[in-house]
Design a protein around this ligand. Structure first.
Ligand SMILES: Cc1ncc(COP(=O)(O)O)c(C=O)c1O
Length: 370
């Protein structure tokens, strides 16, 4: 039995009949762009997460760019973010005209270090962008406190953390705004690209809602007094219809990931040479396990062994952080992030894994690291 890292077809086949019915029903009714399914998804997700506004957009990367532009981020501004993150946030900061300042991770949770953020603040810093990697929220109370003291904005790249919490607050809903991705492999994944911006701020919500549709009203007619440069960043209505349905069992899907993570934790706890994902601290964190990422002192050999056993793994983002993208002009030296990327590995983790597949991963991991 193989355990592929991405079993793409399984994401559809888990409920193929319902998905087919939804897609055919939506298409045959002619509901393609900004129809009721988008509204239903926005309302449903807002209730699920616990935020005032959800604006459904084309993908998670665009959500970040729209949020930055709606917040007035511009040339000369600096935005601090973790080097341990996907290029999407950095790219969006660049396209908004600002400068990306990548900083170190904290060694206990592998997420952005509040101390590193504070040390990177300059007179040009406008915002901090924590990235909630792997479905675990960053140390938001400390980050919000730093932002308050220095008068900075906080924007959350929550692409991997829709439904995660810290101190009962939703990842994505703590700073001025946050963003989610519904890329197929995400915890709440659709069958193409889709994303959302979430916020409790009425002005940001109104601006982003207009920006995603050319600055226009819903019917796509541009008012003569349009005052916003928008773009086309609408979520496809068929993806919204799929997401409405997926939201109806999202809590179950998250729970399945948490059960698998708990089994991995238990099985690997005593193995030498491994460092496991951060444990919940006094119940303060609710993790949704977008990924199960661990560190091994023999990462490359482990990966090769698992591949021989038919078990797929991934080194997240190719094994390098933002600051290592020298061709884009980064010059920072971040040894903790470098070390992390030399040792880290993603094991199979998704809600359609069977118990037998999970057992297989556990047996192979114990055989190699035991
Ligand atoms: C941390 C992070 N940020 C941003 C994104 C971008 O999302 P999207 O692929 O929907 O543009 C992703 C997902 O790929 C991600 O993992």
């Amino acid at each position: 039995m193989n355990v592929p890292f991405f079993d793409w077809a399984a994401y559809f086949n888990e409920r193929a009949d319902q998905f087919s019915r939804i897609m055919i029903g939506t298409a045959s009714a002619g509901r393609f762009i900004l129809q009721k399914d988008v509204d239903e998804f926005e309302a449903g997700l807002a209730a699920f997460v616990g935020v005032k506004h959800v604006i459904a957009v084309a993908d998670g990367t665009n959500a970040i760019l729209l949020g930055l532009r709606a917040s007035g981020i511009k040339a000369g501004d600096e935005v601090i973010l973790p080097s341990h993150s996907f290029i999407a946030a950095a790219q969006s900061v660049h396209h908004a005209g600002a400068t990306v300042v990548p900083v170190e991770l904290a060694e206990h949770d592998w997420l952005v270090s509040p101390e590193a953020i504070e040390a990177a603040i300059t007179p040009r810093t406008r915002a901090i962008m924590p990235v909630h990697v792997n479905g675990r929220a960053c140390q938001m109370p400390a980050i919000m406190e730093i932002a308050r003291r220095h008068g900075l904005e906080v924007f959350e790249d929550s692409a991997q953390a829709a439904g995660a919490k810290v101190d009962d607050q939703p990842a994505g809903g703590i700073g001025r705004w946050g963003t989610y991705s519904f890329y197929p492999s995400k915890t709440l994944g659709c069958f193409g690209d889709a994303g959302a911006l979430v916020t409790n701020d009425d002005d940001i919500a109104e601006t982003v809602r207009a920006m995603r549709n050319h600055g226009a009203n819903r019917e796509k007619s541009i008012p003569r007094d349009v005052s916003i440069w928008g773009s086309n960043s609408r979520m496809d209505n068929i993806q919204a219809a799929i997401l409405v349905y997926k939201l109806s069992y999202y809590a179950e899907a998250i729970e399945r990931r948490r059960v698998i993570a708990a089994r991995y934790d238990e099985a690997f706890r005593d193995l030498p040479g491994l460092r496991l994902p951060p444990p919940p601290e006094d119940g303060a964190y609710f993790d949704i396990y977008q990924n199960y990422e661990l560190c091994s002192d023999r990462r490359d050999a482990l990966r090769a062994y698992l591949a021989e056993q038919g078990i797929g793994t991934i080194i997240q983002w190719g094994g390098f952080g933002i600051h290592q993208l020298r061709g884009l002009g980064f010059t920072q030296t971040l040894p903790k992030t470098d070390k992390f990327f030399r040792e880290s590995l993603l094991l199979p983790m998704n809600h359609v894994l069977t118990n037998d597949q999970v057992d297989r991963v556990i047996v192979a991991m114990r055989a190699f690291h035991g």
